[in-house]
Design a protein around this ligand. Structure first.
Ligand code: NAP
Length: 266
């Protein structure tokens, strides 16, 4: 179990933020926000005025880069190290954030890993790793934060699923199962928390240009792009803009939904 905190504020304390920013005064926790989609989401939320807790596991330097990027635009952010698959560590991270800021308003479960293989060759370790990070990780943060959301009678939870969880994908039985599981988690928790004004939604990106997809062999990338009706990969901003909308008040009557950002794939 490991918890590391690095506090960061813009030099003027963020006073130059415009007063009309939608998420001013809100605290957002974004898991896996040191790079890729998570970083773009953290920047989008901070751009709307939220103070963003940038969670990371292995990539501390990258998380500090995200914090610096947010600060350079006049926003507020802090990096917090925690392995989301560790139930107790997530509890400690939540207590630490609540102890410091008294509330969390937005939770984005973005942390995710892949360990692709055909099911007949997939190791138990690779199955467990993916399920424990992608699905149990989201349960862990929701489990620890939901009582605060319930008490404050507000909150936005956004789970980053995948088109693989909607359609299935050969070679990704573990990943698809975790992302389909996230959809079930989203819909069930949405029903549990709706009466207290808490919205829980899933975003299902298609093929987005990040380190996760850059690691694929060129042939697989070409095949994936060929399956996108819009004929191109998505950008991290495509996912971040929708997530920011779901985090704000303009989506207050939307809950239990799975919204695909996939160029038409699904
Ligand atoms: P990425 O560049 O590989 O980033 C993954 C992030 O997850 C990293 O910041 C990583 O942080 C974090 N992470 C992994 N294990 C963690 C753990 N145990 N605890 C905390 N953080 C952890 O991937 P990405 O493409 O940006 O993907 C972000 C999310 O979108 C994932 O859930 C992914 O499944 C989903 N998604 C991506 C695509 C796509 O095409 N790229 C499509 C659909 C869905 P550390 O480096 O610090 O460990």
């Amino acid at each position: 179990m490991r918890i590391v905190t690095e506090m960061g504020m813009s030099e003027d304390g963020g006073k130059n933020l415009e007063a009309n920013k939608e998420l001013l005064g809100k605290v957002a926790l974004v898991t896996g926000a040191g790079r890729g989609i998570g970083r773009a989401i953290a920047c989008a939320l901070a751009g709307q005025g939220a103070l963003v807790i940038v969670n990371y596991n292995g990539s501390r330097e990258r998380a500090l880069e995200t914090v610096a990027q947010i600060q350079s635009c006049g926003g507020k952010a802090e990096a917090v190290g925690c392995d989301v698959s560790d139930f107790q560590a997530c509890g400690k991270m939540v207590e630490e954030i609540i102890g410091k800021y008294a509330h969390v308003d937005i939770l984005v479960n973005n942390a995710g890993v892949t360990r692709d293989n055909l099911v007949m060759r997939m190791s138990e370790e690779d199955y467990d790793k993916v399920l424990n990070t992608n699905l149990k990780g989201a349960f862990n943060t929701i489990r620890h934060l939901s009582r605060y959301f319930l008490k404050q009678r507000s909150g936005k939870i956004i789970n980053i699923s995948s088109v693989s969880g909607v359609l299935g994908n050969a070679g990704q039985a573990n990943y698809s199962a975790s992302k389909a599981g996230l959809i079930g988690l989203t819909k069930s928790v949405a029903r549990e928390l709706a009466s207290r004004g808490i919205c829980v939604n899933a975003v299902a990106p298609g093929f987005i240009d990040t380190e996760m997809t850059q690691a694929l062999p060129e042939k697989s990338r070409e095949a994936a792009v060929a399956a996108v009706p819009m004929g191109r990969m998505g950008t991290v901003e495509d996912v971040a803009q929708l997530t920011a909308f779901l985090a704000g008040s303009r989506s207050d009557y939307i809950t239990g939904q799975v919204i695909c950002v996939d160029g038409g794939m699904s």
